[in-house]
Design a protein around this ligand. Structure first.
Ligand code: TMP
Length: 251
């Protein structure tokens, strides 16, 4: 058996060479990190759940015309994706004050924002993913003005869609982080959604109780992390009943 070629290993995912040129295999690990990997744990079954939730979300976004890297799920922890040239930005969209926005501007967590706010962070772990402006992005050629316009429009569309999708199952979308990449078609390139959308990269609160159903449970030592992720999957109809997560698989 030949060993698959590892292209990149991140904190929560590994990318392997795909079966055809222009494809990659995205593997979801159980590893969880927070505060730039100062806090670490293995949450058994997280990779399986995030693979399924991200598949679900990307498939639905594709059906409303939000182009993204997802091709198909291959196994419990793996999905086939389009290879993209990652734009080195974390694009954050916020509807309700929480996390670093609350800290930075002194806003109480849970305060609705006057309108959805999009922020850009430069993807660099050594620097702690600093907040940057469009000026930095264009000056350093991380993305063009046209690409920024496309990213802003797509992000607002994704926010509207996800707000409705989660709202329908009693979950409030507080904020989320997404990443984009370029795919080339001859000399032209297009920006598409990449990475993942899961409780690792969103703040999701129960609409009635405001209970947190996302990675803040890990960041803030609230316990029941996997149970909460599973609850999100269950409400979306992905896992019909609470699965037992065994040996990284789902029974
Ligand atoms: P923040 O309030 O800590 O800046 O986080 C905003 C959103 O981005 C929140 O939904 C969590 C998500 N996020 C990531 O996906 N990766 C990260 O490294 C960080 C810091 C936040």
């Amino acid at each position: 058996m030949t060993r698959r070629k590892k292209i990149y290993e991140g904190k929560a995912k590994i990318l392997y060479e795909g079966p055809e040129p222009g494809t990659l295999i995205q593997y979801f690990k159980d590893d969880a990190t927070a505060f730039n990997a100062q806090k670490k744990a293995v949450l058994e079954g997280k990779g399986v759940i995030n693979n399924r939730i991200s598949e679900f979300v990307m498939t639905r976004l594709n059906s409303i015309g939000v182009q993204n890297h997802f091709i198909r799920r291959l196994s419990l922890r793996e999905q086939l994706i389009k290879e993209v040239e990652i734009i080195p930005l974390e694009v954050i969209c916020r509807n309700i004050a929480a996390g670093s926005l609350s800290t930075r501007l002194g806003l109480p967590e849970g305060q609705p924002l006057p309108r959805s706010i999009i922020e850009f962070c430069y993807k660099d772990d050594k620097l702690g993913d600093p907040l940057v402006t469009e000026e930095h992005i264009t000056a350093f050629n991380w993305a063009s003005t046209q690409e920024i316009d496309d990213i802003l429009a797509m992000t607002l569309r994704i926010n509207d869609f996800l707000t409705g999708m989660f709202g329908a199952v009693g979950i409030t979308l507080v904020d989320f982080k997404i990443e984009y990449g370029r795919i080339y078609d001859g000399e032209f390139s297009r920006v598409i959604l990449a990475d993942e959308i899961s409780p690792d990269s969103c703040r999701l609160w129960d609409t009635v109780t405001n209970e947190k159903l996302d990675k803040d449970r890990f960041r803030r030592d609230l316990g029941n992390v996997i149970e909460s992720y599973t609850e999100v999957a269950r409400r979306l109809g992905i896992m019909k009943e609470m699965p037992r997560v065994i040996d990284g698989g789902v029974a």
